[in-house]
Design a protein around this ligand. Sequence first.
Ligand SMILES: [Cu+2]
Length: 307
Amino acid sequence: MTRGDVFELIFQVFMGLGTLVGIVVVLYIMYNAYIYRDDETTVDPKADSRPEVGELPVGGTGGKKLFMSFILSAIIVISLIVWTYGMLLYVEDGPGGIGQGGDIQVQNEEEVDEYLDLEVTAWAFGFDYAYSYQNNTGVETSMKLVIPADTPVAANVSSRDVWHTFGISEFRVKADAIPGEHATTWFEADETGVYDTGVQCYELCGYRHSSMNHDLIVVNEELFAAAMDAEASGTLFDAIQSGELSVDSTPEEFESHIASQESDSSESDSGNSSDDGSGDSNDQGTDSPDEGTSNDNEQTNESGGEN
Ligand SMILES: [Cu+2]
């Protein structure tokens, strides 16, 4: 269950119960208004015992109705509080406690998944993010977050300079990025896709705060595993953004994309000047991601060095 599912469920339960109680109350009021209507033909046998203005009504059954309505309301409200609190604890802790720093105790063997312990460390700094996928292969990216679908991700959030807030509104997740501290949280995507400006800063941090956001790419698990093994999540991000691959591409397609990039770069390294027009455009396409990747590593290494 993702965080979004939890909040959706809480909303539906409150909405459903509220509507139900509202319908019962309104129908009961209308029923009483009808049977106790003053049509000037019936004689009220209890006319003498009716309360005057300013008096508290005692009711015909010694306050039994009042007591019942109080008990029923109390049961509904207390159950809602207990249930909602339990759901919010799940939102805090995540499945298997993944939200508390990624230290997971799996109770059910079927829950064991190769990437259940995927932990992403997000470093915020003015005005970018650097990511490292610590628990797996040490893959690092900058301004590029790629995650697998249907996999709980433990996030470890900190800052290299001033206060920022790492947030993905789509997944209902937000964590303060404060220098010298590590906030832990978790999130899960249930669908593959490219989320435009999926990651945003939610703490006014400086003159370029409003541009401190970037896409979030959710790929299928097999493709993610292939990119992590190849330590090429940055390449995968670029290929999906440029349309060369899609979030539902197969690992084989990714591998052939990597191979074609490598052959292109070796051609350009050997100074092959006999390329035709299409060859040149391919070279340009592959050079920029390579540069991006090397820059990313430098940035993330800086962040690691400070801590
Ligand atoms: Cu900011």
